[in-house]
Structure formats: C-alpha cells, structure tokens
Ligand binder design. Structure first.
Ligand SMILES: *Cc1c(COP(=O)(O)O)cnc(C)c1O
Length: 233
C-alpha cells in the first residue's frame, strides 16, 4: 500500500459520505473512529493532520501511553474487551467505553466513575451473530441487561456495539447490522427509565459502508487507515 494515512482517511470519509447519500442519511450522524491500536504515536499524529480527532484503542495500557504522549484535545474510545482491574484508569481518559457486556464490568465502571465524580458514556456489546468465539451479550438478554444497569447513576447507556463476523463478502453482515439497529429500536420501545439509545457502533475496515447504510453512528476503522497490524513486533 502506497497511500498515506491522510489519503486513506480522506478516501474513507468519502465512502462514508457516499453510503450516507445512498441511505438518505446525514453524514454528520456518523463518526469515524480511527483505530490506532498497535500503531505508533506518529501514526496518530499523521491522522490528526487530516483533521481526525477521534481514536479507538483496545488496550488500557496502550491508551495510557498514548494519552500521556499526545496531550492535544482528542477523543479516545475504549473499544476492546476490558478487565475489571483496568477500569479505574478510564473515567476522565476516554469519552466512551464500547465493550460493556457484563454486570460485573458495569458495576466496576459505576464505582470508578463515582470516585471521579463523573458520568461514563458506554455502549453495550452485543454478539449479534451469536458466535462462540466472541465477547458480548446475546441479543435476547440485552434488554434485561440494560434494565439492570439503567439505575446506575454514573453510567449513561448510549447505545449498542457489535463486532460482526469476519467475512470476504461484507453484504453477509448487512443482516447483523440491520438486527442490531432493530434491537436498539425494540429496547427503546420498552421505555426503560433513564434509557434512550441513539448510538450504534458497528462496521470495520471490511464492512463499514454496509454498516453506515444500516444506521451506524460510529464506525471503527483501523487497517484501511493505518495499514495491516503487526502483532509480533
Ligand atoms: C481492531 C478493531 C477494529 C478495527 O479493525 P479493522 O478491521 O482493522 O478496521 C474495530 N473494532 C474493534 C473492536 C477492534 O478491536
């Protein structure tokens, strides 16, 4: 790949815009999260040159390192599976946690956000294709889960997140994105106190255009911006 990070971002923004036009949506409803996990600080800085301000990471330690090295006013999102003992670092550091899928985790976020006297925006992760290998709530248990955590004073449940199956044909994931949106609508119709979901975090490098057509408000794109990741370094 010879294109620069800036060029990649411009091209993805264009594809998001085009998908919005096809779906009759306003492009302002869709936030591109640049997933910078495993990539160096200078890659983040390169992305910032094209106006990118929202970044996603999946490890707390990497978030801590990057946010201490890059002190500009960016919006960091925690998108990865989270261990309870790492939650304490997140309130005040990230704007949103996308991967809440257990009561224990929600309780820990509640406790740590309360200590910092802040409210943490979260998404509930749903295993929408019901894959054995994936984290996330079953679709059928998501409404009850949200009902249980709705009274928590230091958590604001903003919506749902999913990681769709890996596939060479992104059209195969359309049904899962469609179903996640439908699940959000169904949950809103239950009129749970404190709960009005509006955010859908879905779509990655291989399938973000389909996700936008199906209602994504956050797309999480790594490889198409920063290139392939090397985990063996
Ligand atoms: C790594 C990661 C992404 C980005 O994946 P790409 O295919 O590189 O765009 C998105 N979401 C989550 C949860 C991730 O861990």
């Amino acid at each position: 790949m010879t294109s620069s990070i800036e060029e990649n971002i411009q091209s993805i923004r264009k594809k998001i815009n085009d998908a919005c036009i096809r779906a009759g949506r306003n492009p302002d409803e869709v936030t591109l999260i640049a997933v910078s996990k495993t990539k160096p600080v200078n890659a983040v800085r390169e992305a910032m040159k094209s106006g990118q301000r929202v970044f996603g990471e999946n490890k707390v330690q990497e978030l801590r390192t990057k946010t201490s090295e890059i002190t500009e006013d960016l919006s960091w999102h925690m998108i990865g599976h989270l261990q309870l003992n790492k939650v304490k670092y997140l309130p005040g550091m990230v704007d949103m946690i996308h991967s809440v899928d257990s009561i224990a985790l929600a309780e820990q976020i509640e406790k740590e956000a309360a200590k910092k006297d802040t409210i943490m925006d979260i998404l509930c992760e749903v295993n929408v294709a019901d894959e054995d290998s994936k984290f996330g709530l079953k679709p059928s248990e998501t409404a009850d889960f949200i009902k249980t955590i709705a009274p928590f004073q230091h958590i604001r449940v903003k919506g749902l997140m999913t990681v769709a199956p890996a596939t060479d044909n992104p059209e195969e994931n359309r049904i899962y994105f469609h179903n996640l949106r439908k699940l959000m609508v169904d949950i809103n119709e239950k009129n749970i106190d404190n709960i009005l979901l509006s955010e859908l975090s879905m779509g990655m490098t291989g399938d973000f255009e389909i996700a936008v057509e199906e209602g994504a408000t956050f797309v999480r794109v790594g490889t198409a911006i920063f290139g392939e990741r090397n985990y063996n370094k």
